[in-house]
Design a protein around this ligand. Sequence first.
Ligand SMILES: [Zn+2]
Length: 333
Amino acid sequence: MFEVKGFDPHNDYVMIKVERAVDGDNIRARRCFVCGDQPTTGVGEHVFPKWLQTRFGLFDERLTLINGTFIPYRSLTVPCCAECNTGFLSRIETEVQEIVERGSVETSADRLSVARWMAKILVGILVKETALLLDRKDPTLGNIVTADFISELVHCQLLLQSARKPARFGALHGTFPFTLYWYRIDGLENGFDLSTDIVGQSIAMRVGKLGLAFVNDGGLQMIHGEKGPYGLEGVTVLPHQFGELAARVHTKASLRDATHFYLNSETPTHLTIEQQDVRPFTSTTLAGGEMQVFQPWDSWKFSVRAAQVTRLEESVFMDTITGREMTTLTNLL
Ligand SMILES: [Zn+2]
């Protein structure tokens, strides 16, 4: 939901680029994934940048797509124009590469760079999936993701593209209108993991000594604690413990029952993204009288997800006899 103030099509407005980028026709026509212009010939933009593929040895590793098939990270490219590719996208990569090497998210500026980068990867994966058949043996089933689904990602795109010019953010639950938690990882220097939840618009990545979990939810998860599950943000965890934290964030993201209303505006020199209020999807009233913004926590859903992400048994996260949820984080609680 956007109210565009001072709309002037003669200026190079970020909000217009966002609109073009999420336009189904432009996506079907394989236009630039962030501005809708004619892409340059060549491979386009690597969703997982080359520095990351080199750093973590991802060239021959494969990502699992929504339909359960695999794609090598090196083949994950989306149409992009030279201006976007070498401009704001390249600046984000430079900032994030430094943060990944350092292994910590220190400042608000770091937080914003990481969120934009995660937003780019989330959008990039989905745009790629609009170009891939759901079932290669049966093209009539169409593509994995429909081009029109990308319009769901308008806020994600705006967050990413806010890197094009100085931006101001007004958010209800924290400094910025997104959820981002980071962790120090006690694991291999070149360890890498990725998990996503498309419905919840969440993505988590372990990049060496740094674990990141991002949700395009306007920061709603922070209502239940600014430092995430068990308040552990910034703490040192083992790789499988990070996997559990990621599964908790994904599960929560998939249970979101509200969105936000924004009042955004733009001038030639500034972009303002202003969150106004929370808009529940359903009108479920909780015992305390307030509106439900997350569906009730689901231990079963969580344990299935946690087993998937960590590749541990479901019984690690759920006692199947008592139905009691369990955690691998006890040494930190
Ligand atoms: Zn472009």
